[in-house]
Design a protein around this ligand. Structure first.
Ligand code: ASC
Length: 127
């Protein structure tokens, strides 16, 4: 990244894209949208790919500016890394579940993934 604020923009964009596609699966997982196995699988593949991207945007100097990132991300870096790894692993599981085409599998995996999102939001994201 040229500047820290570019990294902040990048990681927020990655989370935004990931959330959009995660949300499309969530709509089916919560019966708010009709289930379509191909749509679920396509979106889960995007979520898995996107999940790997934001972390590069948390480098030195990126704790400032337009961000809700808490200082604990850097002072408690091992815990943050664990939370990130848990999320990446759980959305890989979600992608695997989506490939089965079975809505119950997807619902279960979606719920587990959502927990890993929330764990980091609660610990590392300001209101
Ligand atoms: C979403 C989304 C999140 C997570 C989180 C899960 O759909 O945008 O950030 O799920 O709300 O608790």
């Amino acid at each position: 990244f040229q500047k820290p604020e570019d990294a902040v923009k990048y990681r927020k964009a990655a989370f935004t894209v990931m959330a959009a596609h995660f949300g499309r699966i969530g709509a089916m997982a919560s019966d708010r949208a009709p289930f379509d196995a191909k749509v679920a699988a396509d979106n889960a593949a995007i979520v898995e790919a996107m999940s790997k991207l934001p972390w590069a945007g948390f480098g030195p100097g990126t704790d400032k500016g337009e961000t809700r990132a808490k200082p604990e991300i850097w002072t408690d870096a091992a815990q943050f890394k664990k939370g990130a790894d848990d999320m990446v692993a759980s959305v890989a599981q979600l992608n695997a579940a989506a490939k089965t085409g079975n809505l119950d599998n997807i619902k279960k995996a979606f719920g587990e993934s959502a927990k890993t999102c929330k764990a980091c939001h609660d610990a590392f994201r300001k209101e």
